[in-house]
Write a protein that binds this ligand. Sequence first.
Ligand code: NAD
Length: 497
Amino acid sequence: MTLTAEDLARCYFTGGRVEGLPTGHFIHGATVAGATGETIESLDPGLARPFATFPAGNAADIERAVESAQKGLSVWRDTAPAERCRVLNRMANVIRAKGDYLAFVETLDSGKTLAEARGDVQSAIRCFEYYAGAADKLEGRSIPLGPGLTSWTEREPVGVTAHIIPWNYPTSTFARGVAPALAAGCAAVVKPAETTPFTALILAAWLVEAGLPAGVLNVVTGFGLDAGAPLVRHPAISHVTFTGSVATGIGAMQAAAANVTGLTLELGGKSPLIALADCDLDRAVDGALWAIFSNAGQICSAGSRLVVERPIHDRMLERLAEKARALHLGHGLSPAAEVGAINSKLHLDRIAAHVDAARRRGCRIVTGGQATVDGETGQGWFFEPTIIDGASVNDPAVQDEIFGPVLTVQVVDSEEEAIDVANGTEFGLVAGIYTRDIGKALKIARRVEAGQVTVNDYWAGGIEVPFGGTKKSGFGREKGLEGIEAYTRTKAITIRH
Ligand code: NAD
């Protein structure tokens, strides 16, 4: 009988046990010990206590994983696209059957709520299904050159790809990179974040269960400098998909440059949610609330800046603050939790330092503003849902990615000013617009500097919609049919006959 996440949570809370966690790297179709035998403790952010250990990988582990991927590549790139399609579809079914275990582990590892983790599992299923459908449709084109010449293009897999994953959406970030890479015929090495290693290891084992040949997908856990850096600079890597902070992304880009390796960079954000005076206020308030407080604000695309027209500023702020105060913070496995924990103590301290500095600069903290604990257990790393009003355009609270449950509010007097304010940071990931006027929505959508724009529903979209940044939010696109482009390259073949 398959246990639900609720059953697993009961066992965990009564005995502190987590059954079935992987104990090593996943290399060449098997769980293997790390080269040094050193381990890292995994902490449950909701209780601020360790629950498991995993290997602290290094360059030797990466070497082994890349060698395995090279062998895997030689098999997988010659596997018929229809068979790749079947394996990816079977993977979607394996996740569907056992996804509650994955959601449970993800909640423990990341601190997010179980409902959010279940959402991530659903999105991983969709990724594998979606790219399964693309695997047998990677067609080239014929090029007319006149009599005696035949020319066409083929799309071939780029080779062995590297995937560096952050801690906020480990399951869905794994799936949105690995599924298109495998669909294209690539082999891959994944380095999950050091605070959330387990779901990548579990997914790797499930891929083999779904029929993926050994070596096609490998996972090495460990710290960024010890395991991530040797992977990114490895000369046998053909493409790096890096998701993480701007500073580390720039470092990855420099390291990849040494081998002229291609990159997709999915970096930070400071995304605006623009509420015009004519909007449906209830919708805009709910949209703004969950744009910033989902996943406790630890989302690259969080709507962390509310840009609101003056006539509705006071009413919108009042309602938002009331709803923010009512949110229930708690351990992700507690059914009452609406907002989960902050992933690590280090990150909690960073968020608190940002907000303290804003307070000292004279910004008005409308609600929240403090680190706190789970009210039931008195434990864990939590931060109160926080709203900061009246920060100037250049204030660091408005400019810096805080990556926590902290919303700044900026008031504007026209949609022109809203566009200027929206574009006034170094980031360009997402923009949300709330208005009843389709003309204004389109004008803003076209002028706002962002990889994706949503209107009247901040989180509208899905795996089908391309996702990525502009400016310091990065470049390249994941999701959608664009998401497979990084993993194929065009080869032109021309024959004189
Ligand atoms: P981070 O940059 O600290 O770490 C990301 C990953 O990089 C981790 O796996 C880490 O171990 C690894 N890493 C660290 N140093 C490395 C190095 N020298 N070489 C190679 N890999 C290295 O980011 P984080 O704190 O884990 O995640 C939060 C950041 O990620 C935020 O800035 C957020 O906006 C961004 N993010 C972006 C997206 C997106 O799609 N644009 C999605 C999620 C998160």
